[in-house]
Design a protein around this ligand. Structure first.
Ligand SMILES: [Mn+2]
Length: 506
């Protein structure tokens, strides 16, 4: 979705997430400026329980003249807006943004896509900040930045704060923006050094001496006094720097609602912060974020429904232990394969399609495509091969594995008749390519046998082809091990296993 696709709407409301941070304010300001320049009736707003109090945000709004308004919207009587509502740095319907009513909704965000069916959206989840996405959208429209001289500094500060002071930048587009944008250095220095108030310094200090630490799992938990949720992030950033602490959660109960805000951090590859926060908020709230940093909210009402006799700090400690007890880890590159409990299966002899992305994309290009687990992001390497299933879903593998287990042909591949396209997106320039005309047939080898066993517990698998990142297999899914190379382990979803594999009788 381009910004110019939205120009038929009027009025337009741009909504930041609740408890705004610099990234959502900067992104919202960018979208606001675009429509303002077109003479639209446009407003920039945020809602939620709390108004902005944090010093750096107040300075940012004041010095960069960001025309953001607070809108109070009671849950039982939500505000109704005319025209188009655009949520920025968040997704309409998610827990971190108050749901307002509007004729039409669009989403501009850089988190994982929660609403695959939404029509009006641009979600770039490999970007470090939503400000980068907005910058790209504005550049694509040849937006005249000189008409809004404070906008570039806003976007720069959004990226700065969302990437842990640029230390977590990995997408080339984030780097481009950082290098190309004109910003006011003195203002950035001022904001950077106005992160917390004296009162918050005291709250953070008191919190830190009340750390509970779990030696077995090397995690720490802190309950802080009520404070701006952004301060929770600062405390957890600091806590994670303690050598003994490998993951942590810092939380507090909000004044008034009693809802619980939490900030989660991890610095080990066996725990990703976004997966952990989902576990901590499962059924009682919402959470999300990135590999190292994530945040979430637990609803007081749901918490009391599910855990009527538990205090929030006991919940957090118990739930952390439950998380670490809930899974096994299999690092395929390090562990000797264990065939206990497995049986032998053969892959159905159906034709698949294959694509070698490096044939038509430069190395290191970020791409995304749809797998049976949802959207997957990968970086193009000469080793990456994509297998197309007849249902249009894609499964990534390595060239070595591919050559080993498939008979490779040059015949064109035709998926099931109802599958009309199978898209690969270059997330660097947003170009999508339909893979079906490019795909060739490959057929699983006669002897492509696997050992497989049904999982009874959650498994985090670090596959041979991507040893830095785990995929999660849930109870009911299968762990497959290639018979020819049992170190090459992979997860097979319960539903595809039944369709694609047959047991081999001895
Ligand atoms: Mn953001």
């Amino acid at each position: 979705m381009k910004l110019s696709e939205l120009t038929s709407y009027n009025p337009i409301t741009v909504q930041c997430h609740d408890n705004p941070d610099p990234d959502t304010l900067a992104s919202g300001f960018g979208v606001y400026c675009y429509f303002k320049a077109l003479g639209k009736d446009v407003r920039l707003i945020y809602s939620g329980m709390r108004q902005i109090r944090k010093a750096n945000l107040l300075l940012m709004i004041e010095h960069l003249q960001i025309p953001v308004e607070y809108v109070s919207s009671p849950k039982d009587n939500p505000v109704k807006l005319d025209g188009l509502l655009i949520t920025v740095d968040c997704q309409y319907g998610e827990g971190n943004v108050t749901r307002l009513l509007a004729d039409e909704v669009a989403v501009i965000d850089h988190h994982q896509d929660y609403v695959p069916d939404r029509k009006l959206k641009n979600i770039a989840s490999t970007l470090g900040s939503c400000a980068t996405l907005v910058w790209k959208l504005l550049c694509a429209e040849q937006f005249d930045f000189s008409a809004y001289p404070t906008l570039e500094t806003s976007l720069y500060y959004g990226l700065y704060t969302d990437t842990n002071q640029f230390s977590e930048i990995s997408n080339p587009l984030d780097l481009n923006m950082r290098n190309q944008i004109h910003y006011d250095k003195a203002l950035i220095t001022l904001f950077r050094n106005s992160n917390i108030s004296l009162k918050e310094l005291e709250i953070a200090g008191i919190s830190l001496i009340r750390t509970t630490y779990n030696e077995d799992y090397e995690f720490a938990v802190i309950q802080s006094q009520p404070c701006d949720p952004n301060v929770l992030g600062l405390i957890s950033d600091f806590l994670l720097q303690v050598a003994e602490v490998k993951s942590c959660v810092v939380f507090n109960e909000l004044e008034g609602s009693g809802d619980i805000k939490l900030s989660v951090r991890s610095c080990i590859k066996t725990v990703t912060a976004n997966e952990l926060v989902k576990f901590l908020t499962d059924k009682i709230g919402d959470g999300g974020g990135h590999l190292e940093k994530a945040g979430g909210t637990i609803s007081r009402r749901l918490f009391e429904e599910h855990y009527p006799t538990t205090h929030s700090s006991a919940y957090m400690n118990n739930r952390m232990i439950a998380y670490f007890d809930s899974y096994d880890i299999l690092d395929a590159s390090e562990t000797e394969p264990n065939l206990t409990g497995t049986a032998m299966y053969q892959k159905e002899h159906l034709p698949y399609g294959y694509i070698i992305p490096s044939d038509f994309l430069a190395a290191d290009t970020p791409i995304s495509f749809r797998t049976s687990d949802g959207l997957l992001e990968q970086i193009v390497t000469p080793e990456l091969v994509l297998i197309l299933h007849s249902n249009g879903l894609i499964h990534p593998t390595t060239l070595a594995h591919f050559k080993h287990t498939y008979e490779i042909t040059e015949e064109p591949f035709f998926p099931d008749s109802e599958v009309t396209e199978c898209l690969l997106k270059n997330t660097f320039n947003d170009q999508t390519t339909d893979l079906i005309p490019l795909a060739r047939i490959c057929i699983p080898d006669e002897d492509s046998l696997i050992y497989a066993r049904k999982l009874t517990r959650k498994l985090k698998l670090f596959p041979l082809w991507d040893p830095g990142k785990y995929t999660v297999g849930n109870p009911g899914d299968y762990l497959g091990l290639l018979a020819s190379n049992p170190k090459d382990a992979f997860i097979i979803r319960a539903e595809s296993f039944e369709k694609e594999y047959t047991a081999v009788m001895n």
